[in-house]
Design a protein around this ligand. Structure first.
Ligand code: NOJ
Length: 541
């Protein structure tokens, strides 16, 4: 494991979703001691760092992305001392720790928002958020036409008649980043966690903090997170020029601390050249590559997005950050089980068309092997190393994602990728915790995905990830560079250092180049030593 200050440039970073990773006390909700207890497993898997989704005090209306206090730990997850222990334990194992920072909005239960509601229009308390008078004779219409990402209007009326902006749930009022007090507060929050030893921050909705000054109407799309037309005008709530000076000021703070502390942008911004502006040398270090995540399982499309990403990031001296799954999207083992070209899904329910699970897993394993051979850094989402699919038949009564209600049940939402992990096939809650309790129901088929059914089992998905991470380190693939190779139609092939990577998307098996020695393969080769359909191989010479 590299421990230079630039550790993040080639790091494999594992996303832990605290609610669903490991439950130490049996209440059905994962917690920090649960995570700490399982850290040796992540070390063994072979990742370099963990990113923890929010664990701060929160009413949990958006699973913790509604923060009531940025300097604490929600009692459901433990206490501050548990965070300290987790960080120390991770460091002892050689793992870096990235925490989630949610600067676009607070929870409605944050002391600032309570004070804002209690104060009068025009007061300094209201100036920390985006309050406006409504339109229409009595101000009964929202101030503009913006839609919430979760559906419905992005404005809510306060009891005294003014409106406040919430790009997400009504319980997540947007902060006013034009206010110096807000800026100062977040610099202090950064210092609070840096002082406790965290190695970085994943910055939630990094492209949303600054809104166009006059809050102009925007009617082009209610699908404001992703799905934007890169050729069209920038939407007034996303990717405004003003966000960059905020990250420059954060970078200056991070650079005061030793050891290479990092900022990772969650920014749904396209094209890649626009996203690369977030990772210029004086700003953030990484930005999730969502165009890569969203690319169809198709060689030309993947090659184009890989080239575009590398080129845009190289131009600013940054590495590229690859990702296939996270807590907001349908898991890639399920996504890839639908016909190529299926539009992005916002959750799947029992009445929806169901995926081809075997095909999805086969392609997911091939996709992962392709991703882990690319130069740069890669993010893994908990459970993908087990080949976990989405829970696609969850009864609607269990859904907690606010998008389900706010969209008027048009979107099933993200609960299906957030189900607690199976660790032991024959234990209660599959070893998620000591009891049967699990905040979301686990599918009955999950015994077969449990860690203890996969460790030491040749060909299991866990063993595939384990081997891939080991070889990736041995061949320094994250530090390498990519050279495309001539390849049969329907395949992608590239060299990264001494490793040849080949993915076969086509219907017929393909030969490995003469002299190539197989190092790893997402599925066995066929009887003639050829690479079958939907398989990635790593070979050396
Ligand atoms: C992005 C987070 O990943 C998502 O889970 C959350 O709902 C929104 N930002 C709002 O914070």
């Amino acid at each position: 494991m590299l421990h230079t200050d630039a550790w993040w440039r080639d790091a494999v970073i594992y996303q832990v979703y605290p609610r669903s990773f490991a439950d130490s006390d049996g209440d059905g909700m994962g917690d920090l001691p649960g995570i700490t207890g399982r850290l040796p497993h992540l070390r063994e898997l072979g990742v370099d760092a963990v990113w923890l989704s929010p664990f701060y005090p929160s009413p949990q209306h958006d699973a913790g992305y509604d923060v009531a206090d940025y300097r604490g730990v929600d009692r459901r997850f433990g206490e501050l001392g548990d965070a300290d222990k987790l960080i120390a334990e991770a460091h002892g194992l050689g793992l870096k720790v990235i925490v989630d920072l949610v600067p676009n909005h607070t929870s409605e239960e944050h002391a600032w928002f309570r004070a804002a509601l209690a104060a009068a229009p025009g007061s300094p308390e209201r100036e920390r958020y985006i309050f406006r008078d409504g339109r229409g004779v009595s101000g009964a219409e929202p101030p503009n036409s913006w839609q919430s990402v979760f559906g419905g209007s992005a404005w809510e009326r306060a009891p005294d008649g003014q409106w406040y902006l919430h790009l997400f749930d009504v319980s997540q009022p947007d902060l006013n980043w034009g206010n110096p007090e807000v800026r100062a507060e977040f610099l202090d929050i950064l210092r609070f966690w840096l002082g406790r030893g965290v190695d970085g921050f994943r910055v939630d909705v990094a492209h949303g903090l600054v809104k166009e000054e006059n809050l102009a109407d925007w009617t082009q799309s209610s699908q404001i997170l992703g799905g934007l037309d890169p050729a069209g005008p920038p939407p007034p709530m996303w990717d405004q020029e003003g966000v960059h000076e905020i990250y420059q000021s954060w970078r200056r703070v991070l650079d005061e601390y030793p050891g290479g502390r990092v900022l990772v942008a969650e920014a749904w911004v396209a094209p890649a050249s626009r996203l690369a502006r977030y990772v210029r040398p004086d700003e953030m270090h990484q930005a999730f590559n969502f165009p890569y995540l969203e690319a169809p399982w198709q060689p030309a499309a993947l090659r184009a997005v890989i080239d575009e990403s590398l080129e845009a990031n190289n131009a600013v001296g940054a590495t590229t950050t690859w990702v296939l799954s996270n807590h907001d999207v349908v898991r890639h083992a399920t996504r890839l089980g639908y016909p190529v070209g299926t539009p992005r899904m916002h959750g799947i329910g029992a009445e929806d068309p169901q995926p081809d699970t075997a095909l999805g897993l086969r392609r997911a394993r091939a996709a992962t092997l392709l991703m882990l051979a690319l130069p740069g850094s890669a993010y893994l989402y908990q459970g993908e190393e087990l080949g976990l699919p989405e829970h696609t038949t969850m009864a609607d009564q269990f859904r907690e994602d606010p998008a389900w209600e706010r969209s008027g049940h048009a979107e099933r939402g993200r609960d299906g990728c957030r189900v607690p992990l199976p660790w032991e096939a024959d234990a209660p809650s599959y070893g998620f915790g000591p009891t049967d309790a699990s905040w979301l129901p686990q599918p009955a088929t999950w015994a077969e995905y449990a860690l203890d059914r996969q460790q030491g089992v040749a060909g299991s998905t866990w063993e595939l990830y384990h081997s891939a991470l080991g070889l990736r380190r041995e061949h320094r693939l994250g530090h390498g560079s990519l050279t495309w190779q001539d390849a049969t139609e329907g395949t992608l092939a590239f060299r990264n250092g001494d490793v040849l990577v080949l993915t076969n998307f086509g219907p017929e098996p393909v030969e490995l180049p003469a002299g190539a020695r197989l190092r790893l393969s997402s599925e066995p080769l066929d009887g003639d030593g050829r690479v079958p359909t939907d398989v990635t191989v790593w070979a050396s010479f």
